[in-house]
Design a protein around this ligand. Structure first.
Ligand code: C2O
Ligand code: CU
Length: 471
């Protein structure tokens, strides 16, 4: 892996210099309620992931672009997307992190039939929350997302914070073969039992980037979206001081990152405000250092020769909160959720060992409260009465990270290893470290059957999912 990463560097530095000034994907205005819905077509296509002179890569993408079109609306707008399936297999579109009615959640067999080959499905819902979200299939996600089916969904606040530029970076990594194609070893049991499908080439908005032009004095809102199957990013912005203003689309009190890097687990989003405090002509290197032994240069931010302003602006970074129901901590019912499985874990110490061994013989590797689930139809893990408050005490008894995602709701992350969190952040995907205990709280206010799963897509495929029913 190390060798392949360093080869990527050779590719980058060896390529002719191109300043990528606007790495934001093409934007799409949403059609009004009386107009035709926005057409989103999933199909096989090509993408220039690698810089010239290298050839293009066969991918699966939306509307022939990678990432798919940025769907950008105002809070309160109605989103209407007609998804058309040009693949050779069934698919769906899941709207990750934004609250939708259950029937619009895009989970095959659970909330809809898969869209058949050549078929279509109309997704239609109101954008209740402002923020940074994304969309991707929920059918055979490891391969469909892993081949490039994803795109950003941005819901603008009625009154957004002031910045000079609003950029979206969809981060992804790819497992490429020597001839620049996607390795076909999807479903590898080794990946599933370890940290998932980690790639050897990292892209921002579908390109292996070299430099991004910035201006001295400029204030950028940078929306990071991790679309990788399994890679956890930990970005170091050199001498810059990014401020975290939203997590998973939900505003948080503006603060410096909790660790020395900006951590973005699979499916998670982080909105940053960054003041470009360097001098004209300088450049700063953004490095991904989460797996310290695989540290590499992600991209350079290159200052243009002219300056935009001299002093750091004093504009507010505080985003207005979304209308989320506040959990009643006194009345909240507590539920214990235990994760087991994978290599090097302490599964043998848990109860129900015999049953887990039995399920492992059937190919499952990860367990939630002793059960592995691989389809999208299963008995619910929890049944929660609508409108009631709940705390999930999640206990990661494995040797691996897990970004745990709940559909249809945002939750507050209230404690880690028994210690209250500083920001009580709202998230829809929470990254749990090996052996970590995390408590989340939410109001079960969105009726339906909702997926609760690890967003390392290979863990999900090997059993790490369940259903939480609200009724
Ligand atoms: Cu991003 Cu269940 O999905
Ligand atoms: Cu996992």
């Amino acid at each position: 892996l190390n060798r392949l990463i360093s080869r990527r560097h050779v590719l980058c530095t060896g390529a002719a210099f191109t300043a990528i000034s606007a790495l934001s994907p093409a934007r799409t205005a949403m059609a009004g309620p009386t107009e035709d819905p926005f057409l989103l077509r999933a199909a096989a296509g090509q993408a220039a992931l690698r810089p010239a002179p290298y050839g293009s890569t066969d991918v699966w993408s939306y509307n022939g672009s990678l990432p798919g079109p940025e769907i950008r609306v105002r809070q309160g707008d109605r989103i209407r997307v007609l998804a058309r399936n040009g693949l050779n297999e069934g698919t769906t579109v899941h709207w990750h992190g934004i609250r939708t009615p259950n029937a619009m959640d895009g989970v095959p067999f659970l909330t809809q039939d898969p869209i058949p080959v050549g078929g279509e499905f109309l997704y239609e819902f109101d954008a209740l929350d402002a923020g940074t979200f994304w969309y991707h299939p929920h059918q055979r996600s490891s391969e469909q997302v892993g081949r490039g089916l994803y795109g950003p969904l941005i819901v603008e606040e009625a009154d957004p914070i002031r910045v000079d530029r609003d950029l979206t970076w969809m981060l992804d990594d790819w497992r490429m073969t020597g001839d620049g194609q996607i390795a076909t070893d999807f479903g590898s049991r080794h990946d599933a039992a370890h940290g998932g499908r980690i790639g050897n080439s990292v892209t921002i908005n579908g390109q292996i980037p070299d430099r991004i032009a910035v201006r001295s004095g400029e204030r950028i809102r940078l929306r990071l979206v991790n679309a990788a199957n399994a890679r956890i990013f930990g970005l170091d912005f050199g001498g810059l001081a990014p401020v975290v203003v939203a997590l998973d689309g939900q505003p948080v009190a503006p603060h410096a990152p909790d660790s020395d890097v900006v951590v973005v687990g699979p499916a998670m989003r982080v909105d940053l405000v960054i003041d470009m405090t360097g001098k004209p002509g300088e450049s700063v290197t953004v490095t991904d250092v989460f797996y310290r032994d695989l540290e590499y240069r992600l991209v350079d931010l290159a200052y243009e020769p002219d300056r935009l302003r001299d002093a750091v602006p004093d504009w507010s970074m505080e985003l207005p909160p979304n209308p989320l129901a506040e959990p009643d901590m006194q009345a909240a019912k507590r539920h214990q959720i235990v994760f087991n499985g994978g290599m090097m874990g302490q599964m043998m110490m848990g109860g129900g060992m015999g049953s887990m061994m039995e399920q492992m013989r059937e190919g499952n590797m990860w367990f939630i409260n002793g059960e592995a689930a691989t389809g999208h139809m299963m008995d619910p893990l929890l049944v929660l009465p609508q409108g009631t408050s709940h705390v999930l005490q999640m206990d990661n008894r494995t040797a691996w990270y897990h970004p745990m995602h709940l559909h249809g709701h945002s939750f507050r992350v209230i404690a880690r290893n028994g210690q209250p969190t500083r920001h009580r952040e709202w998230q829809d995907t929470v990254l749990m470290a090996p052996e970590e205990r995390v408590e989340i709280a939410f109001v079960a206010d969105n009726p339906g059957d909702w997926m609760f799963h690890c967003h390392i897509l290979e863990h999900q495929a090997a059993g790490m999912m369940g259903i939480i029913r609200v009724d």
